[in-house]
Design a protein around this ligand. Structure first.
Ligand code: ADP
Ligand code: 5GP
Length: 213
């Protein structure tokens, strides 16, 4: 049973509920998941804390992280940089946690290039109207930024067929359980469990060679 944890990307339109789903997943199953905290150049929103939602960086600091090869991937999203620090993801996978990266689509594609076994999940609200209402209801962005984010959502809708699963975030509770069950099922895929079967096969061979049962 030597497998590492599973690397999971959770993407979705801005306002689709990724952050809310992640918080709920972590509070229900704290032993099984680790959430990667990204670095970003965007300003903190009210209620966000350094090192909890993001590591907030100046553009110069962010560019230095790129130069020093500290990021697994990074991307630009509506005028800001966002990137995934390497060290934490590596540690947590080794500790057999399912590590979730809540990142946008360009970053997801870069992660899949480096780690082809990554599970890609895409979250959508049930309709565009609900998306707009949730983004506006969150009350954290100006009208202009909301407009840019909805425009970006149109582009993302064109790219999301490369993802493995689409999850509709209508009822939050049902959505969190659906995400959890998809992840559990993926961990049991035969192709991901070959180490386990190899180990059991080797034990069986020992018995067959004449050791006591
Ligand atoms: P994202 O991280 O994808 O940008 P958030 O998690 O910030 O989205 O959610 C956007 C807004 O929608 C928040 O105000 C959140 O409370 C609300 N929200 C999330 N999921 C649901 C849901 N299933 N039903 C109703 N409101 C939701
Ligand atoms: P927000 O500003 O709403 O927190 O995030 C904007 C977008 O950036 C979201 O789609 C979010 O998933 C994405 N994002 C957050 N962190 C990262 C990251 O480390 N890398 C990439 N590529 N995207 C990220």
């Amino acid at each position: 049973m030597r497998e590492n944890g599973l690397l999971i990307v959770l993407s979705g339109f801005s306002g689709s509920g990724k952050g809310t789903i992640m918080k709920e997943l972590l509070s229900r199953y704290p032993e099984q998941y680790a959430l990667s905290i990204s670095a970003t150049t965007r300003q903190p929103r009210a209620g966000e804390a350094e090192g909890r939602e993001y590591f907030f960086k100046t553009k110069e600091e962010f560019l230095r992280m790129i130069e020093q090869d500290e990021l697994l991937e990074y991307a630009q999203y509506v005028d800001n940089y966002y990137g995934t620090p390497k060290a934490y993801v590596r540690e947590q996978l080794k500790a057999r946690k399912n590590v979730i990266l809540e990142i946008e689509i360009q970053g997801a594609l870069k992660i899949r290039e480096q780690f082809p076994e990554t599970l890609l999940l895409f979250v959508t609200p049930p309709s565009a109207e609900i998306l707009k209402d949730r983004l506006a209801g969150r009350g954290t962005e100006t009208k202009e930024v909301i407009h840019s984010r909805l425009a970006r959502a149109v582009e993302e809708a064109d790219g999301c067929e490369v993802y493995d699963y689409l999850v509709v975030n209508d009822d939050l509770d049902a959505c969190v359980e659906e995400v959890h069950h998809i992840i559990l099922s993926e961990r049991s895929r035969m192709a991901r469990r070959l180490d386990t079967i190899e180990e059991i096969k080797n034990q069986l061979k020992q018995y067959v060679k004449g050791e006591e049962i």
